[in-house]
Ligand binder design. Sequence first.
Ligand SMILES: *Cc1c(COP(=O)(O)O)cnc(C)c1O
Length: 360
Amino acid sequence: MGGKEIQYIKEAFDTNWISPVGPHIDRFEKDIQDYAKVNHAVALSSGTAAIHLALIMLGVKQGDEVLCSSFTYIGSCNPIMYLKAIPIFIDSEWDSWNLDPDILEEAIKDRIKKGKRPKALILVHLYGMPAKLNKIMSIAHRYGVPVIEDAAEALGSSYEGKQLGTFGEIGIYSFNGNKIITTSGGGVLVSNKKKYIEGAKFLSTQARNPAPHYEHSEIGYNYRMSNICAAIGIGQLEVLDSHIACRRNIYIHYKKNLERLGYSFVEEKSYVFSNRWLTTALIDPEITGRNREDIRMHLEKVNIESRPLWKPMHLQPIFKNAIFYNASVCNKLFESGLCLPSGSNLSNDQLNSIITRLTL
Ligand SMILES: *Cc1c(COP(=O)(O)O)cnc(C)c1O
């Protein structure tokens, strides 16, 4: 926390705006719009809820195919399953670890040949690193596939100076406890198109039609963010840039000390800016003499937590029969990649002791 959050929460308590609506939600949405330079935003209970509503807004229904990065967190694609739609997973490329544009095009062509034009693409910017937006957006336009940007991990990252989450028809951010900023749990859906935001807001509040009695002509959800969570979010947005500066420093420190010792990192291209949500490294056992798991356990022994990269979706038991367009890049990433401790409150001493342990 930055410090001001508790003041905004107290304000909400003092004025008795607890839930479900209140002035802090309106302000938080406005602050997100200003930060990301996007026209509209609706604050929700989670990033997953935001993706669910985004898919509904794009008209995804039972049996429709939805393209998604395989290398991601399950929250990206569970909403496809809520709608009984069909996920089509796409492999990553080495440069950014995100969706491979060439495989994407191949997959779209193949689906169209089979008579199934994908209804949407969920494009993930993993670990805060921007995907190859220029190429991906032009392919998506060419084949008429609308894009949902899953920028859950990438708030504050940009591509050619434009904030991630604002390239697609709809973008989403998450404020879960592990993200770059948090509302304790929450998400937001952003778009430059008002119709999506109005529609998502309506569905997120149980699809209540305007009437003094409670009238419903559609199935809705209880997905709105509470005013208290929004109060935390206002305070967190004030410290977002300093969190990003922290995370980027942590990355630089790891890179400087580990790069020649068998650890490799995703580089920023000249036209991107990454919030460096987590510092992630690929391990070359030829140089380190240890594989990813050896190194993870080596840290664990002195109570330093690190984690493997996200396990790709096509390798998950629940998706074992799913269609996957494959160049086996994300399998390799998963095999040799490690997320290093990257919290914004990591002290220099802690960072140095992690590095010492990694070089031992
Ligand atoms: C965290 C995350 C989500 C889901 O957000 P929640 O707020 O936890 O529901 C979706 N996609 C990615 C890539 C994430 O990291």
